[in-house]
Design a protein around this ligand. Structure first.
Ligand code: SF4
Ligand code: SF4
Ligand code: SF4
Length: 214
């Protein structure tokens, strides 16, 4: 039950969620979950990436007792994913699945994960027909306020999810399209560089042949 003594805003609830958009809460992203909390239709114990930090902070915000974790929904260690460049067939099925646009590539070309933007939600695994995703431990030192996520990461994930949704809803809108294209190009360059480093010289030659259409 939400406290009647002080107004609780959607923005305040959203600020306490880590914004991975992973759907482990059972909602279609962080915002729908925040709306459900505000309307009193969802408990505050359903966000594993937020862990106890989110659960207890939401309890404090709403002025209620913190409920225990629901069922098997407790927090686990953060991961990130990488694409095996030798296995990727360039089908692009993983692209729409990533809520924070952390995968770069185009149909028929090698795809790669921008590791700095990967939240570890694992939503990209199921659509891949050749199982070329590998799950890795996330080794970046924690910056908080969450045990393994920072406020800055949450801000970026939220912005990227917002941009992706906006592009899907308004594909004809040109505002910021140039900046988005430039960002994508930069990320593709960086991700390909990373993939080349991982594959060594032979892989780089293979990529060049793909780029030239050989
Ligand atoms: S981080 Fe995942 S579980 Fe937490 S609110 Fe967002 S979508 Fe739901
Ligand atoms: S690359 Fe996969 S695991 Fe990483 S954020 Fe995107 S969908 Fe989630
Ligand atoms: S779904 Fe798998 S095979 Fe298809 S582009 Fe993505 S990583 Fe490559």
């Amino acid at each position: 039950m939400i406290s009647k003594t002080r107004p609780v805003t959607l923005a305040a609830v959203m600020a306490l969620l880590p914004q991975t958009q992973c759907r482990l809460c059972g909602f279609d992203g962080c915002r729908p979950y925040a709306e459900a909390i505000l309307s009193g239709t969802a408990k505050i114990n359903r966000c594993p990436p937020g862990g106890d930090v989110t659960r207890l902070a939401l309890a404090g915000l709403l002025g209620e007792e913190a409920p225990v974790w629901e069922g098997e929904r407790g927090p686990g260690p953060r991961v990130l994913v990488a694409i095996d460049p030798k296995a990727c067939i360039g089908c692009a099925r993983c692209l729409p699945a990533c809520p924070v646009d952390a995968i770069v590539g185009a149909p028929g070309l090698l795809h790669a994960v921008v590791s700095a933007e990967c939240t570890g939600c694992l939503l990209c695994l199921a659509p891949c027909p050749v199982d070329c995703f590998t799950t890795l431990a996330h080794e970046t030192p924690p910056h908080g306020p969450w045990p393994d996520r920072s406020q800055e990461e949450a801000r970026r994930a939220r912005l990227r999810a917002y941009r992706k949704t906006r592009r899907a809803r308004h594909p004809q809108r040109r505002t910021s399209a140039h900046a988005d294209r430039e960002r994508k190009r930069r990320e593709i360059r960086e991700a390909l560089e990373q993939a080349r480093r991982e594959r060594g010289w032979q892989g780089a030659m293979h990529d060049r042949r793909i780029t030239r259409g050989e």
